[in-house]
Design a protein around this ligand. Structure first.
Ligand code: FE2
Ligand code: FE2
Length: 135
């Protein structure tokens, strides 16, 4: 795995969401670089907390947009966010607290999920929002 290269195929065309996706992608890349460079636990923990806080903020913003727009796939999309929070974000928070060890496997999973979710589930949401005249 390497750091994520942002490409325009990851853009939904919904500016607010695209900015959030870019910001979180940048933070995930920073964590990847810091981890592979063997940086101190304090630095990794700070980045992990930033990622988990921003991730929760981003998910709730997307979920609010879906609710406001009456998006038909809201339940399924929200369930994907919840599963990711329980499986991965909770693990990351434990890693930041020193209760779990961060690994390349976890970073790979985080990266793959993040890219896959944007390119599939989030892109479908973006298409719907655009049909509703939102951008
Ligand atoms: Fe998203
Ligand atoms: Fe999403």
């Amino acid at each position: 795995m390497s750091a994520i290269r942002w490409d325009d195929g990851m853009c939904l065309g919904i500016e607010r969401i695209d900015e959030q996706h870019k910001k979180l992608t940048g933070l995930i890349n920073e964590l990847y670089v810091a981890f592979t460079a063997g940086r101190d636990r304090d630095i990794l923990s700070r980045l992990i907390r930033e990622i988990s806080d921003y991730c929760l903020y981003h998910f709730s913003d997307e979920e609010r947009l879906m609710a406001e727009a009456g998006y038909p796939d809201t339940e399924h999309h929200t369930a994907q966010h919840r599963t990711f929070v329980h499986k991965t974000v909770d693990f990351l928070v434990d890693a930041a607290d020193g209760k779990e060890d961060l690994s390349l496997e976890v970073l790979d999973f985080l990266t793959d999920w993040w890219i896959g979710h944007i390119q599939g589930t989030d892109v479908r949401l973006g298409e719907y929002l655009k049909t509703q005249g939102l951008s």
